[in-house]
Design a protein around this ligand. Structure first.
Ligand code: FES
Length: 174
C-alpha cells in the first residue's frame, strides 16, 4: 500500500470517528460506519404506544360542527369525527406501517408514505389517482355518552370498520 493511500485512509478514519463523537451516537451511526446511505424509513419514527381505555373527549354539546378533531391524535392516537348526524372515533395509526396520521387537505393523511383516508376511515386515492400504500380502512373505537352528557371513547375496544354502522361505533348527534 502506498504512503499516499495510507494517509488518505487514516484521514477518512479520523473524519468518521470525529463525526461519530460530534453527534454522540453509537456504532450504528452511518457516520461511524463511514456510510452515507439514508436510514431505513421503516425504523426511524416508530410511534410510541399510548395507554388504552376509556377517554372523556368532552361534552356532547362541544361537538357542534361537522369535521374532525385533531386534539387527541398525539396523546390518544385517535381522531374524533362529527359527520352526518353521527359522532365517532377512528384510529390515528396508519394501516400500512403504523405511522401517526394527521389532518391535511380535508383528509386523514399519512406523512410517511402519503396514504390518504376520508373522514370515515376509508382509504382514498392520492391526487395522482393512485391508492395506497395503505389499503385497509381505519379501525373505529367504541363510543358512548355518559350520564353527564360527556362523550367517552374506549380505545381498548376497537371496532372493525366494516361494523361502523353498528351500535357502539357511533353516537347520534341532534
Ligand atoms: S405508514 Fe402510512 S402509508 Fe405507509
Amino acid at each position: 500500500m502506498s504512503e499516499e493511500l495510507k494517509t488518505e485512509l487514516n484521514r477518512r478514519n479520523f473524519l468518521a470517528a470525529a463525526a461519530a463523537l460530534t453527534c454522540g451516537c453509537a456504532l450504528s451511526c452511518p457516520f461511524a460506519m463511514g456510510k452515507d446511505e439514508e436510514m431505513d424509513d421503516d425504523d426511524d419514527d416508530a410511534v410510541p404506544p399510548v395507554k388504552t381505555g376509556p377517554v372523556d373527549v368532552g361534552a356532547l354539546a362541544d361537538f357542534s360542527k361537522d369535521g374532525p378533531s385533531e386534539k387527541w391524535i398525539k396523546d390518544q392516537h385517535m381522531i374524533v369525527v362529527r359527520d352526518g348526524g353521527k359522532l365517532y372515533a377512528i384510529t390515528a395509526i396508519c394501516t400500512h406501517k403504523q405511522a401517526l396520521l394527521k389532518i391535511k387537505d380535508n383528509q386523514v393523511y399519512c406523512s410517511k408514505h402519503s396514504s390518504r383516508f376520508n373522514y370515515s376511515g376509508q382509504p382514498v386515492p392520492k391526487p395522482n389517482g393512485k391508492l395506497g400504500p395503505a389499503k385497509k380502512p381505519l379501525t373505529y373505537f367504541t363510543i358512548s355518552v355518559d350520564d353527564k352528557k360527556h362523550v367517552i371513547v374506549d380505545t381498548s375496544k376497537p371496532i372493525d370498520a366494516a361494523k361502523a354502522g353498528d351500535a357502539g361505533a357511533f353516537v347520534k348527534i341532534a
